[in-house]
Ligand binder design. Structure first.
Ligand code: NAD
Length: 475
């Protein structure tokens, strides 16, 4: 699919392609050029989408679970078959290198298959001649799904699949920065699911806000920033919507004195710089024992020097551009501020010339806890490294701040590292890896990083309500 043919893309409401009076331009961050236009959904169109989803729910929620599972698996296979098209769209709108875009789809498929393998069976609490009491899981109704721009297809699949598997219907809104591949997913879903089960609308932040206050949406499944998450929580109060909020993170990694710096350097590096640092659970702050600090810094610089930044369509490129101008300016400003306040640049990579939103790989030392690069989430290719002498001090630093998504401890003595990791104030506590995820492993944050989890049985349960069926059999 090349640029002229994909203008314009429709939304998918009630099984039909739908355009809007206004549209949103989508640009390629590697060139700055507009390559697609998508509809800017009106409030009336959102109401239509919710209404058809509500009507579809009446039947879809009664479809036997095994039949729903079969359709979900057929949808996943349809996505597999469409990998070339989807990967091309992801690279163009998000910027990541084509092989990484293909991996994003591979991961989306892998995690979705994991969801599709989960069965939510009734849990029998009592089964006596007098009484039978069981906990059942029932679908909620229309789910409003809202996603961010770093992994458009992965995040969309993480919401569509559990929502419809559990018997809900969906209205999904991707980020206005990266709506294109998600609209394509919507098109694929129409080939598999009855009309109205999966609806995909595109629009800006207002559209998200209309969804969160909509009286007929029963749950919001959200991935995005902390400030937006707080707004959603307030706005969802109107009809007591269920929420999963997968928000930002400012994950710390503690590197103990018994590591082999050369052996872990590549893992540490990619824990931060994958996807150009645009990962919620990236290792954003590193605390390294002073005895290995120099060696760890040197090894990280060696890895950084091998990495190639460039357009995602170019062969051999490891890291693409930052996805959007606002993020580019923000990350730039945070680094400039830190350097002006005394931070040292240990490494800064070259970037390709031209209009693309390329930011250098930047490794900072001599940072202080007051600097924004340390206390706020840096969603870009910037890592700060701080030496420590006392493990308890490192732990206090790691646990500072409003976020609590993930955290890691790196060491050769696994028991020692595990004991320290268990004391991290984070939803994910990882040893010698960062992040660590699996389709059967719940993922989610504590503190300002969110509410609820995705993935695994616990993730699927988030798309259900509890019903206690309690039968008196005899007096
Ligand atoms: P964002 O919060 O600006 O936008 C996310 C989505 O919310 C977009 O679709 C946007 O249009 C919509 N939105 C904006 N305002 C809204 C409102 N008032 N009501 C409803 N919806 C609204 O976030 P972003 O910049 O797209 O994404 C980056 C953030 O996402 C980072 O903080 C990152 O850490 C986080 N993130 C978290 C996870 C996770 O699983 N925890 C995964 C990926 C990204």
């Amino acid at each position: 699919m090349n640029s002229p043919e994909i203008l314009p893309l429709p939304m998918w409401i009630g099984g039909k392609p739908v355009s809007s009076p206004n549209s949103i331009a989508v640009s390629d961050p590697a060139s700055g050029e507009t390559f697609a236009r998508v509809p800017d959904c009106t409030r009336t169109q959102l109401d239509d989408a919710v209404a058809v989803a509500q009507r579809a729910f009446a039947e879809w929620s009664l479809v036997p679970g095994e039949r729903r599972r079969a359709m979900v698996n057929a949808f996943i296979e349809r996505v597999v078959a469409d990998t070339d098209v989807l990967a091309d769209l992801i690279t163009r709108e998000q910027g990541k290198p084509l092989p990484k875009a293909r991996s994003e789809i591979g991961s989306a498929v892998f995690f979705s298959r994991g969801y599709a393998a989960v069965e939510l069976k009734p849990e029998v609490l009592r089964d006596t001649p007098q009484q039978r009491a069981e906990v059942r899981r029932r679908p909620l109704g229309v789910v409003g799904a809202i996603t961010a721009w770093n992994y458009p297809v992965l995040l969309a699949m993480w919401k569509i699949v559990p929502a419809v598997l559990a018997g809900n219907t969906v209205v999904l809104k991707p980020s206005p920065n990266t709506p294109v591949a998600t609209l394509r997913l919507g098109e694929l879903a129409q080939e598999i699911f009855p009309p109205g089960v999966v609806n995909v609308v595109s629009g800006g932040n207002d559209l998200g806000a209309w969804m969160t206050e909509h009286p007929d949406i029963r749950k919001i499944a959200f991935t995005g920033s902390g400030p937006t998450g707080k707004r959603i929580m307030a706005s969802a109060a109107g009809n007591l919507k269920r929420l999963t909020l997968e928000l930002g993170g400012n994950d710390a990694g503690i590197v103990l004195d018994d590591v082999d710096p050369a052996a872990i350097a590549a893992d540490l590096f990619w824990a931060k710089f994958s996807n150009c640092g645009q990962v919620c659970a990236a290792l954003k702050r590193m605390y390294v024992h002073r005895s290995v600090y120099r060696a760890v810094c040197d090894e990280l610089v060696k890895v950084a020097a091998t990495v190639k930044i460039g357009p995602g369509t170019q062969e051999g490129v490891d890291i693409g551009p930052i996805q959007n101008k606002a993020q580019y300016a923000l990350v730039h400003a945070m680094v400039d501020e830190a350097v002006a306040a005394g931070a040292k640049v240990l490494y800064r990579s070259p970037v390709p010339p031209g209009p693309g939103l390329f930011l250098p790989i930047t490794i900072l030392t001599d940072v202080t806890p007051e600097m924004r690069v340390v206390k706020e989430e840096v969603f870009g290719p910037v890592l700060s490294i701080t030496p420590y002498d006392d493990e308890e001090q490192a732990l206090r630093w790691a646990n500072q701040g409003e976020y609590g998504l993930g955290g890691s401890v790196w060491g050769s003595d696994i028991d020692r590292a595990t004991r320290l990791a268990a004391r991290l104030d984070a939803g994910g506590a990882w040893v010698n890896q960062h992040p660590a995820m699996g389709p059967d492993i719940p993922f989610g944050g504590v503190k300002g990083s969110g509410i609820g989890v995705e993935l695994g049985r616990l993730g699927l349960e988030e798309y259900t309500s509890v019903q206690v069926l309690n039968v008196k059999r005899a007096a």
